[in-house]
Design a protein around this ligand. Structure first.
Ligand code: SF4
Length: 445
């Protein structure tokens, strides 16, 4: 639970010596409460203050890293709803393979996982993890498939087996690679703690209800291990949503540490529609890792697009770099279009120009990631602003045309633009990007 400034002040020396840069201990405490200062700035902070403030500054949902290079980050969440601040680490998507599957099928799935990339608003999105589930009885075979998955797919693993010996052997074979071991249930959690500790892995505490799960995570933590995920063995979609919501609420609102971990879920349905609904629920409501039973590129593209939306910081629009972009293979006399650096706007406009078959330049000034009308209303997309940017990048020496095609929604800036950029003409383009193709055909061909 976050401490108030007054609560923090009680832990400080109260000498008002000013060495931290604040005039009083209270002023410094207020800055600490607002997370605008660090306790290390006070040279006289007691051990008690360090301990209490250190614990209070921990995120209510623990941050976890997976993979030997710690490439997958989970948890570290501080809010229940995205609009309160932002969600931090996106739900990691994993593809399951069963060790009993046909070897060719396993090989094919692993190479698909490795090669799958989908582009969305300038970001390359790929599959985060592979899950290897033991369905056969040969522990050595399970270990071999786990090793193969690790080498071929180049992704961190989730290792899932009901047998302790199989999990132990796989954990040892992949020591140091920070896999997830499932299930750390009431039966084998104690033994698995030692295995995870020795080999540098993460455990998925597993139970059928919240009370049992809380008891398991508390016990594991008392045994000195805290790299945990929560795995609810739920019976229905509704029960899963309810259980996850209760757990996250308890962690964030009540600071219940026993439930302050990211979750892991195994999608049961192989039906593309049902499976997607289950995974969507995980992405929208607090899923840490979502394991999909099959590799389905259409399902993945849908889920990754949704995930990008949910986990984008609502206070920081996705932006592209302000610069002059070539679309197609433009020559110096190709037309120059102008738009803002809001990613969605950039990709829609550049896509429409590209689809028209016309090679052109796209001038994208810094507009703080705002769309055309918002940027104009905020004074970030005025004629003077565009002209200043054109001069900064020396547009004149890069193109021979002296016309700039501006969005129809800001036709009113054309006079200002021509005045601010002498020798250039402002041409008013269409209001909607969807009309660019017909504009190009009618006016530029
Ligand atoms: S350095 Fe420490 S003791 Fe001195 S004013 Fe700042 S908080 Fe108070």
């Amino acid at each position: 639970m976050a401490l108030t400034g007054l609560q923090i002040q009680k832990l400080l020396p109260k000498t008002n010596c000013k060495e931290c840069g604040s005039n009083t201990c209270l002023a410094f405490a207020m800055k600490l409460a607002a997370k605008k200062a660090d306790l290390s700035q006070c040279p006289y902070a007691s051990d008690e203050a360090k301990q209490v403030l250190g614990a209070a500054s921990e995120p209510p949902v623990k941050a976890l890293e997976l993979g030997e290079n710690k490439t997958i980050k989970l948890g570290d969440e501080t809010v229940l709803y995205r609009h309160e601040k932002t969600f931090v680490n996106p739900t990691a998507l994993a593809i399951n393979i069963d060790d009993g599957d046909d070897p060719t099928r396993i090989e094919t799935t692993l190479s698909r996982v490795r090669d799958y990339v989908v582009e969305r608003v300038g970001e390359s999105l790929s599959i985060d993890l592979v899950c290897v589930t033991q369905t056969g009885s040969d522990d050595d075979h399970f270990v071999r498939i786990a090793q193969k998955a690790h080498e071929s797919a180049g992704r961190p693993l989730v290792l899932r087996s009901a047998g302790f010996e199989a999990l132990q052997a796989a954990a040892r074979a992949l020591a140091g690679s920070r896999c997830v071991l499932v299930p750390a249930d009431a039966k084998q959690s104690k033994k698995l703690v030692a295995v995870a500790q020795e080999n540098g892995h993460v455990l998925a505490a597993t139970a059928e209800n919240l009370d049992e799960l809380t008891a398991i995570t508390k016990e594991i933590k008392q045994n000195g291990f805290n790299d945990l995920l929560l795995h609810f063995q739920i019976q229905s979609f509704a029960e899963g949503l309810q259980t996850r919501t209760i757990a996250r609420r308890a962690a964030i609102r009540e600071n219940l540490k026993a439930l302050g971990y990211p979750g892991i879920h195994f999608v049961a349905s192989r039906d593309p529609f049902q499976g997607t609904v289950e995974a969507v629920d995980q992405i929208c409501k607090y899923g840490g890792i979502c394991v999909l039973p099959i590799f389905d590129p259409a399902q993945l593209a849908t889920l990754m697009t949704l995930r990008l939306n949910i986990y984008t910081d609502p206070q920081k629009p996705i932006q592209v770099e302000p610069k002059l972009y070539p679309i197609g293979e433009p020559k110096t006399d190709s037309p120059v279009f102008v738009t803002t650096n809001f990613s969605l706007t950039y990709f829609i406009v550049s896509g429409e120009i590209e689809n028209s078959g016309c090679s052109a330049w796209l001038l994208v000034p810094e507009c703080e990631g705002m769309s055309v009308l918002t940027a104009w209303a905020a004074g970030k997309f005025s004629g003077a602003h565009i002209a200043k940017f054109a001069r900064e990048i020396d547009l004149e020496s890069q193109v021979s045309t002296r016309s700039l095609i501006i969005p129809g929604y800001v036709a009113q800036i054309s006079g200002d633009l021509e005045e601010s950029l002498p020798g250039w003409k402002a041409v008013v383009g269409p209001q909607e990007a969807a009309d660019l193709e017909s504009f190009i055909k009618a006016k530029l061909n």
